[in-house]
Design a protein around this ligand. Structure first.
Ligand code: HEC
Length: 209
């Protein structure tokens, strides 16, 4: 008996069902998602990334931050993300609606950054950490992004942008200062903008205790 048509049909069905399940069904479920209106302000959630933070997104991408940092807070009963304070609520598809690209990430060598702008709103903290992670967390294995900074001699008054709080072996020698490049400033603006502290209909914020 010639079984070729049967095998062909079986293979066809396997691919057809995968396509329906992985492409068509998600498209109908999520393809027409819209930002959710914010009744208090007349705005929309998720908010758009604007200004310097938009440029910072590109620096984040170009420097491979994604290899070690995810941006997804997982479902509470199946993870300890919320208990650990990584986020206030579970991340859902709508959170990525305005993200270009969406940095979901899979690896967590470092903590999830979905909500880092709430955990660490201080730009100088981020500059100090990017310049030398071990000046903030002494056991850190995060690489230093020192090449995004310039150490230069202070001309007259110290610069307003100079990174403060670098101590011990990481401090600049007397008469010198560490200043962020435009890329470093944009990256930090992006990190501080990562604040998923708004509610969505399918993922509301927990009640305030
Ligand atoms: C090789 C892995 C690795 C890479 C690449 C990496 N990080 Fe990290 N990151 C870590 C680890 C580990 C920690 C936790 C220790 C610490 O705070 O330094 C961390 C911590 C952080 C924190 C503090 C998080 C918190 O909850 O306190 C921020 C912000 C951060 N990284 C941003 C970045 C950015 C931005 C980039 C890209 C420019 C980057 N990281 C690249 C491993 C990495």
């Amino acid at each position: 008996m010639n079984r070729l048509p049967l095998i062909f049909f079986g293979v066809f069905l396997t691919f057809a069902f995968s396509w329906l399940g992985l492409v068509v069904y998600p498209y109908f479920e999520l393809g027409r998602l819209q930002p959710a209106p914010d009744e208090d302000t007349g705005g929309y959630f998720p908010p758009t990334t604007t200004g310097l933070a938009t440029a910072g997104q590109k620096v984040f991408s170009a420097n491979g931050c994604l290899y070690c940092h995810s941006q997804q807070v997982r479902f509470a009963p199946l993870s300890t993300d919320i208990a650990k304070g990584l986020g206030l609520r579970q991340t859902v598809a709508r959170d990525y609606l305005r993200a270009q690209p969406a940095f979901l990430g899979t690896m967590r060598t470092g903590p999830d950054l979905s909500n880092i702008g709430v955990r660490q709103p201080d730009p100088n903290w981020h500059h100090r950490h990017l310049y030398e992670p071990r000046s903030v967390t002494d056991w850190s294995i995060m690489p230093s992004f020192r090449f995004l900074y310039q150490m230069r001699e202070i001309q007259g008054q110290p610069s307003d942008d100079a990174v403060s709080g670098l101590i011990g072996p990481h401090a600049s020698p007397p008469g010198f200062e560490v200043v962020p490049s435009d890329d470093a400033k944009a990256l930090v603006a992006y990190l501080v903008s990562l604040q998923r502290n708004y509610p969505l209909p399918e993922s509301p914020l927990p009640p305030v205790k």
